[in-house]
Design a protein. Structure first.
Length: 255
């Protein structure tokens, strides 16, 4: 087990990739703070599954768009198990709209959840680690769209591009504190964020044509990489993005 004795907070872990990460962390021996926004029932279910694995878990709700709520989440996470070693900024949302139709409400929802939340959760976590003079690890779940254009998802792409630069900047600023920070960039993973696409055969087929490995990714494809980046095996890795996309990003063919 890679994470025995560690405690981990995973934002947005009531479902999808976050849920898989929370469970994998527990399988690796960690106690887990499960965080949710809109799905308390699912979060309780994840908590029960983690306890079934013999680890401790707590489910805490938070609004990642509010700095006071994020600070409270980190504080409550620390209180739950007496310490926090690893932060996984996973929570993310997207809205499909032509650029000229994007509303302020939808822009704020996407940027607040995907960028402001990770920014201030990381800040609160770093302040906590500073006070305790402890090293730590931060893993952000970004997207291939931190680099790759995605028409009709401009706010989403802006948030993920911002997360990439946050990671690069902080890798330098946090290194003297013994804190590493990395991104994972999933491609098309089968989760609730993709429900509409999964039920549209034409769109799904077009997407699969772009994926050299010819399948959608599974949440487990991402959580295994998080387990690695969270472990001492990754101590010398910081400021980078690990792309997990079945080859999608650099796929180009003329035929
Ligand atoms: C998005 C999905 C999209 C995938 C591949 C992800 O970041 O959340 O909606 O299918 O990238 O384009």
């Amino acid at each position: 087990m890679k994470l025995s004795g560690k405690t981990v907070l995973v934002t947005g872990s009531s479902q999808g990739i976050g849920q898989a990460i929370a469970l994998r962390m527990a399988q690796e021996g960690a106690d887990v703070v499960v965080n949710y926004h809109s799905h308390p029932g699912e979060a309780d279910d994840v908590k029960a599954q983690i306890e079934g694995l013999g680890r401790r878990a707590v489910a805490i709700g938070a609004d990642l768009g509010s700095v006071s709520s994020v600070n409270q989440l980190i504080a409550d996470g620390v209180t739950a198990f007496g310490k926090l070693d690893i932060l996984v900024n996973n929570a993310g949302v997207e809205k499909n709209a032509a650029f000229w139709d994007v509303t302020e409400k939808d822009y704020d929802f996407v940027l607040n959840t995907n960028l402001k939340g990770p920014f201030f959760a990381t800040q609160a976590f770093v302040k906590y680690l500073q006070g305790r003079k402890s090293p730590g690890k931060i893993i952000n779940i970004s997207s291939v769209h931190e680099d790759l254009p995605f028409p009709h998802f401009t706010a989403y792409c802006a948030s993920k591009g911002g997360l990439k630069m946050m990671t690069r900047n902080l890798s330098i600023e946090l290194a003297p504190l013994g804190i590493t920070i990395n991104n994972i960039a999933p491609g098309a993973i089968e989760t609730p964020i993709n429900t509409a696409l999964l039920h549209d055969p034409a769109k799904l087929n077009a997407l699969l044509q772009n994926i050299p490995l010819q399948r959608l990714g599974q949440p487990g494809d991402i959580s295994s990489a998080v387990a690695f980046l969270a472990s001492p095996e990754a101590d010398y890795i910081t400021g980078t993005t690990l792309v997990i996309d079945g080859g999608l990003t650099w796929n180009y063919s003329e035929q």
